[in-house]
Design a protein around this ligand. Structure first.
Ligand code: BDR
Ligand code: CA
Length: 364
């Protein structure tokens, strides 16, 4: 069962097919960018946005997701809330990274509608029963909701077209402990439940895992936001310059440009405080683009498990690439991409969506 060295190359689909998604988020600055990107994608259809406690508590995640989808022009998308807590661990949140409300300095209007009557776990189960084999799951937060859904229905993996996860790190330092990535570290038990449960799917449907090893190469700079603003038709503002005072707010006329500028300023200041530079790792939009098959990437198969007991290593994802555990691969781990191509695609898609959203009705 030697798997080492097997690299699969995925190029963007020349004729993209429509991808229908269940998106599970802990919104979160980069989750918000992922949702905007999907809303802006003609080849994506979001069946539901499910909310998990993570970057901020689940009630705040749910409010953020409701508000954000409304600002993005999609108040029709179902938003369901998940568990207040991880399966076993006490909840940790990271307002330092994502701001007091989870969206940096952005001030979103309160949502004008309510969350779904069903829970996130129920939505996972019911949607995959209604549309077996049709839906791609995209999880950009902790895996709590999906793990709870698997408790209700262990056959769920067989009804999902594909699962794409932003999570884990393998040959790369962690961002939460020296060896663990945030989404897994928040709820390690849930991550283990998911990796174990998806061992039953055939190789062509193995979960695609986007780890920090690759997502930290997805570095968003102020220049990318300027390019979006330019496509929208706004004059250069310099509001996101690293030299502008900390906390400088955008005055852009287009609400979405204003909100992403304010959210990203907070995220970039956080990265600068960490010694990384005035940039932001936008992990979740990259995972969204992988889910659509819209960016180039390579994968390597592996058997993935999660350390639950280590005194220093709890929450660490471990990949067996050589069959040492004598267990079949249960994941395709993304090993590389071309970040500049991702950003060209992302900037164009998001910029033209915001431009068209802002056109007066007569020009639409
Ligand atoms: C992940 O952690 C969160 O803070 C981000 O939203 C992303 O999903 C990166 O480790
Ligand atoms: Ca996230």
């Amino acid at each position: 069962m030697l798997q080492d060295g097997t690299v699969h190359v995925h190029e963007p689909d020349a004729t993209p097919t429509r991808t229908r998604l269940i998106v599970d988020v802990d919104t979160g600055i980069d989750d918000a960018l992922a949702l905007l990107y999907l809303v802006a994608s003609p080849d994506a259809e979001i069946a539901a946005a499910l909310c998990t406690a993570g970057n901020v508590p689940v009630d705040q995640v749910t409010v953020n997701t409701l508000s954000w989808l409304e600002v993005c022009g999609r108040p029709d998308i179902e938003v369901a809330a998940g568990s207040q807590l991880p399966l076993v661990a006490p909840l940790m949140t990271t307002e330092d990274t994502h701001g007091p409300q989870g969206v940096g300095y952005a001030e979103l209007p309160p949502p004008s509608r309510s969350r779904s009557a069903r829970s996130a776990a129920e939505a996972w189960v019911e949607l995959t029963r209604e549309q077996p084999g049709e839906l791609t799951g995209l999880v950009t937060g902790p895996l709590t909701n999906l793990a709870l859904a698997l408790r209700i229905d262990p056959d769920l993996p067989l009804r999902l077209h594909r699962l794409v996860i932003m999570g884990g790190c393998f040959h790369h330092p962690g961002n939460t402990t020296p060896t663990s990535e945030w989404n897994v570290a928040v709820d390690p038990e849930a991550a283990k439940v998911v990796f174990d449960a998806f061992s039953i799917v055939p190789p062509e449907r193995r979960p695609i895992v986007c780890p920090l090893d690759v997502t930290e190469s997805i570095e968003m700079y102020p220049e990318h936001v300027s390019r979006i603003a330019e496509i929208v038709g706004l004059a250069p503002s310099g509001e996101l310059s690293p030299d502008a005072p900390r906390g400088t707010r955008s005055t852009a006329e287009a609400p979405l440009v204003r909100h992403i500028t304010d959210a990203l300023r907070f995220y970039m200041e956080f990265h600068r405080d960490q010694g990384i530079g005035f940039l932001a790792h936008v992990h979740d939009p990259f995972a969204a683009a992988v889910a659509l098959g819209a960016v180039p990437y390579t994968t390597r198969p592996a058997t993935v498990d999660v350390e639950l007991d280590g005194r220093l290593t709890r929450g660490t994802t471990v990949a067996d690439r050589s069959g040492m555990w004598k267990r079949a691969p249960n994941a395709d781990i993304v090993a590389g991409t071309r970040p500049a191509e991702f950003f060209d695609h992302f900037v164009e898609r998001v910029g033209s969506y915001i431009r068209d959203l802002n056109l007066p009705p007569s020009k639409n």
